[in-house]
Design a protein around this ligand. Structure first.
Ligand SMILES: [Zn+2]
Length: 323
């Protein structure tokens, strides 16, 4: 699996960016290293990928620096399932992320969806396409060990790292990592670059509000949860997208269209050109509709993935709409 080395953003601040456009699961991770101390920000999706990341981290942090602290931006597996490769580390997350973790799909469930579903149906095809490259066998999901609400600050050598709770937004338990002296924010999946996001908690105005909080911190660079680094101007463009999508959801909900129909319409009119994985609109719009309908039940994640898979299937070479 192609990965990259750590990229230094500011002295002692590094990003690991393994992904490219139109991918699921290839999350960005980070490292803060100073004065013989280190803070890892998120871990990759699988132990194998995490080992690649940690090799780069050890080189950047320097010999003998203990990797004994991790900040987890949220409880999705693509940001947390590598934690077992850092046994004994203190894992910081919001209390809401800890509570939410039990609602996440398990690694064994993903293995089943990749290997035991029908590849001739949209869901089985989609999981193989996007998750088949990952080996989820033997993953033990570890909970955070140090949870907080609101804000928690850490000192890493000479660097101050502020953890700010901004959820519910992408998930119920999101946090961002702000390095004020270095003017860098690790945004987790509050921000996706290059691809449409898939927001599971919402509503979109909470995600946009979290982005505005990031802009208020006056960063020079924002590290999104997925995709290339962003400038504040890039983030403002992303906020405009979120606001427009929220407006579209409101209008089409009022017209009696389903979330999936709304997604298909926006894709057909190419409203957001240049963003990958447009089928994820079905997920984010379904989330938005739940808020519009004041439906507080937990979402059916498999149903959401099936909506996305059917749209991708119809747009692909295997689908019925193929020329
Ligand atoms: Zn993610």
């Amino acid at each position: 699996m192609a990965t990259t080395d750590l990229k230094q953003i500011a002295p002692g601040v590094f990003a690991w960016q393994p992904g490219h456009e139109a991918t699921w699961g290839m999350a960005n991770c980070g490292l803060v290293a100073s004065g013989g101390q280190a803070l890892v920000i998120d871990t990759p999706y699988t132990p194998a990928l995490t080992d690649v990341f940690l090799t780069a981290v050890r080189t950047a942090a320097g010999p003998g620096v203990p990797l004994d602290r991790v900040a987890v931006t949220h409880a999705n597996g693509d940001h947390t399932w590598g934690l077992q490769q850092l046994p004994g580390a203190e894992v910081f997350a919001t209390h809401a992320a800890l509570e939410h973790q039990c609602l996440e799909p398990k690694p064994q469930q993903l293995q089943t969806l990749i290997h035991d579903t029908d590849p001739g149906q949209p869901l089985g095809w989609y999981f193989r396409e996007h998750f088949g490259k990952f080996d989820f066998a033997g993953i033990q999901v570890l909970p955070p060990t140090a949870t907080f609400t609101g804000r928690h600050d850490l000192t890493v050598g000479d660097i101050t790292a502020e953890l700010h709770e901004v959820g519910p937004a992408h998930t119920v338990g999101d946090l961002i990592v702000h390095l004020p002296e270095q003017r860098v924010v690790f945004a987790g999946d509050i921000v996706f670059a290059g691809d449409h996001p898939s927001h599971w908690a919402g509503p979109l105005d909470r995600v946009a509000a979290a982005c505005l909080r990031i802009l208020d911190l006056d960063p020079e660079w924002v590290v999104p949860g997925h995709g290339p680094l962003m400038t504040p101007d890039d983030l403002r463009t992303y906020v405009a997208y979120l606001d427009d999508l929220s407006d579209q959801a409101y209008v089409m909900h009022g017209q009696g269209r389903t979330a999936v129909e709304a997604a298909r319409i926006l894709i057909k009119e190419d409203r957001y050109p240049g963003l990958g994985l447009p089928e994820r609109l079905a997920i984010t719009l379904s989330t938005e509709y739940r808020h519009l309908e004041q439906d507080t039940a937990a979402p059916d994640l498999l149903e959401l993935m099936d909506h996305a898979a059917r749209i991708a299937w119809d747009r692909s070479a295997v689908g019925p709409l193929a020329p």
